[in-house]
Design a protein around this ligand. Structure first.
Ligand code: ADP
Length: 679
């Protein structure tokens, strides 16, 4: 990877940071849960203390009510005693009072010696002392009245239990109010309080449905109680001491919480709700974090994958921004040019791998590219320089570099070192050439016998002319004209022999491979002497058809001549092998049919070699162009495969078809050069 991308060697530290992050998250979660639990607990505590102080306030109020009620009652009793002096009137008034005061169960008027003058029972229940009699409580009454007499104020006795006729019972308490007129004790009023009715009448109206009040003794023994229609599991309790003259009791108040669930009040519910919201947010955050972590992991993996891919590439990659600065190179590119990434990235212009002699040209090319011209998709060839100064050919394929926003941010180039490809091409071209030279030499070897046969004629003619001339020399000077004639013939024959030899020489000689414009007729004429040589030996009639006005063809002359010669030679050999009668060979050149039809700018010229031989059997057809395939004892089997290679190198097509009534037609096409000159 280049210096622009960080190498992903962070596997270990990353694992540590992941562990660290998880630890932090867990710590945070624990802290939040602890905080919330504390809040909920505190809220609960606060709520409990509120409830406790409420019940204490209520108990104090209840005590206040009780006290003032008792004081008012004492005043009522004093008024009764002083206002109604006859037992009849007293009883009348006492009855009325008992109707109003349910807490009293009995009122008595007693004289100074505690003898009962009048007594009235409450109308609301059957007489309390009916069952046991009043005498049982005499001691309590006596004690209360003595106290009252002594203190000159109301006095209470200790409460006691009175069983009733209906099987139930009642806790009652005696109140005695001594009446003193002008320092003289005139009597007592004794009121018997029912404790439970006291609670109902004097405190009850202020109680809520979940409160309970009771009188207890100092040791907790419950004497009477009232209230609590609704009970709950949480109970708050407050106690108040009732210090009455002559008696001391405890007023106890219990208050039940009616909704003893997890959210006992609004504050706790609010805190709990907020806690749930907080935990939810925490959970969402953790979820998001996990997603991010996963994305990070995926990204790191993709990065590692990309790095592995780039490292394994043999293609050089190079990115440039829109200012032409190199922003990225992969290892293959660095290896190709021999510079490291640091030397290639950044400002360097011209890049160090541009050969100085081409720097100007490359600069222009880059300017065109940066102006926004899209390069050809198949790429273009260029020459780069290694760090050691050696030049090497490259194929560059460029494509626009589009960033995440879909905007072009530069160019990405794939660079291929094609020096090896070039070397292989050169090697194959050289071996192809050697093969062709060998094939030509083989042709020549084959022709050596033809040559000797062909040369025999002029040599024999020269020899006989020479012999004739020697004889004429003996005839003396008048034979000079004949001798001259004979010498001319000798010279002619020598020239003919020379031409035969030259035609072979010309063919064998290696010429430039450059493509050139050649008239098709010239190609046919060049091989004609050699074709004729063989034709004469085999008795074949050669017919050439080369109409005038054909366009010149662009070709490698030597090679195309060899193709023509190969085809002609194959044809003659086939006819000879089949002992054809009156064998003939046609060498024809014409404009290709497709060119005439399509009126293309580039016309094609077709060469035809036709014979009347045996034709090509089906099984031979399959392998006709396979190198080294031959049906002849002395054949090499290279001819047709080379012919096709040569024609295809020129962009043409080589094919064959049966001739009618018999024989074979080979035809191949070559591209024409510029339009033909008018005939
Ligand atoms: P070679 O001439 O050395 O055998 P070629 O590749 O030129 O090699 O030819 C391959 C084979 O194709 C020949 O051996 C022959 O059997 C067949 N052949 C080529 N031209 C003709 C033709 N005009 N008529 C019949 N057979 C042919």
């Amino acid at each position: 990877m280049s210096a622009t991308l960080p190498a992903p060697t962070f596997a270990l530290p990353r694992r540590r940071s992941v562990v660290m992050r998880w630890a932090l998250w867990i710590l945070l979660a624990v802290l939040v849960v602890a905080l919330l639990a504390t809040l909920v607990w505190l809220a609960g505590r606060y709520e409990a203390s509120q409830a406790q102080s409420q019940v204490e306030r209520d108990a104090a109020d209840a005590l206040g009510d009780l006290r003032s009620g008792l004081t008012r009652n004492v005043q009522t009793l004093q008024a009764l005693h002083s206002g109604y002096t006859t037992p009849g009137a007293w009883s009348e008034e006492a009855r009325r009072l008992l109707r109003d005061h349910r807490e009293w169960v009995r009122l008595e008027w007693r004289d100074a010696a505690l003898g009962t003058i009048a007594a009235v029972d409450t109308p609301y229940r059957s007489p309390v002392f009916a069952r046991l009699g009043r005498a049982n409580s005499q001691a309590d009454v006596q004690q209360a009245c003595q106290n009252s007499r002594r203190t000159n104020g109301p006095s209470y006795a200790r409460s006691y239990f009175v069983p009733l006729v209906d099987g139930l019972g009642l806790e009652v308490m005696e109140l005695c109010v001594a009446h003193v007129t002008a320092g003289q004790l005139t009597g007592y009023v004794v009121a018997t309080y029912a404790l439970s009715e006291m609670l109902v009448g004097m405190i009850g109206p202020q109680l809520t449905r979940s409160q309970e009040v009771s009188f207890t003794e100092a040791d907790g023994t419950r004497l009477a109680m009232h209230g609590a229609a609704r009970r709950g599991s949480r109970v708050f309790m407050a106690q108040q001491l009732i210090d009455l003259p002559g008696n001391t009791m405890v007023l106890r108040m219990d208050s039940w919480r009616t909704a003893p669930d997890l959210f006992p009040n609004f504050l706790t519910a609010l805190v709990t709700g907020m806690s749930i919201a907080l935990v939810s947010v925490l959970w969402l955050l953790a979820h998001d974090m996990r997603r991010r972590l996963r994305a990070e992991l995926d990204l790191a993996e993709a990065l590692a994958f990309r790095k592995a891919m780039e490292d394994s590439l043999v293609t050089g990659l190079r990115a440039r921004d829109l200012q032409g600065r190199t922003t990225y190179v992969n290892p293959a590119f660095c290896q190709m040019v021999g510079f490291n990434a640091a030397e290639l990235l950044g400002e360097a212009h011209p890049p160090p791998y541009w050969p100085p002699e081409f720097a100007e040209e490359y600069g222009k090319r880059q300017a065109i590219r940066l102006a926004g011209n899209v390069p050809p998709r198949e790429g273009f060839e260029s020459m780069f320089m290694r760090k050691d100064g050696t030049r090497f050919p490259v194929l560059i394929i460029e494509a626009p570099l589009i960033n995440a926003q879909g905007v072009q941010s530069g160019w990405m180039s794939a660079v291929l070192d094609i020096s090896e490809q070039r070397r292989v091409e050169e090697l194959s071209r050289a071996s192809q050439e050697r093969l062709q030279a060998t094939a030509r030499l083989a042709t020549v070897g084959e022709m050596a016998s033809l040559l000797s046969h062909e040369l025999n004629q002029p040599l024999a003619a020269i020899s006989s002319y020479a012999t004739g001339s020697i004889n004429l020399l003996q005839d003396g000077p008048h034979a000079l004209a004949d001798i001259e004639q004979a010498m001319k013939r000798i010279s002619e024959q020598a020239e003919r022999a020379g031409r035969v030899i030259k035609s072979v020489h010309d063919f064998v000689r290696r010429r430039d491979k450059e493509r050139e414009l050649v008239a098709p007729q010239a190609l046919v004429e060049a091989i004609l002497p050699l074709v004729n040589l063989q034709a004469r030996k085999l008795g074949v009639r050669v017919d050439t058809r080369t109409p005038p006005g054909l366009p010149e063809v662009l070709c490698d002359r030597t090679m195309v001549e060899q193709v023509l010669l190969n085809l002609a030679r194959n044809a003659m050999q086939a006819m000879d092998a089949a002992h054809a009668e009156d064998p003939w060979l046609v060498l024809e050149v014409k404009l290709a049919a497709s060119a005439q039809l399509s009126r293309e700018a580039k016309a094609w010229v077709e060469f035809v070699v036709a014979d009347c031989g045996p034709g090509i059997p089906e099984e031979v057809k399959q392998q006709l162009f396979t190198p080294f395939f031959t049906t002849k004892a002395e054949g090499m089997g290279l001819g047709l495969s080379l012919c096709r290679t040569v024609v295809e190198q020129h962009g043409g097509f080589l094919g064959f078809e049966p001739n009618h009534p018999q024989g074979t037609i080979f035809r191949f096409t070559l591209p024409s050069g510029p339009a033909p000159a008018p005939p």
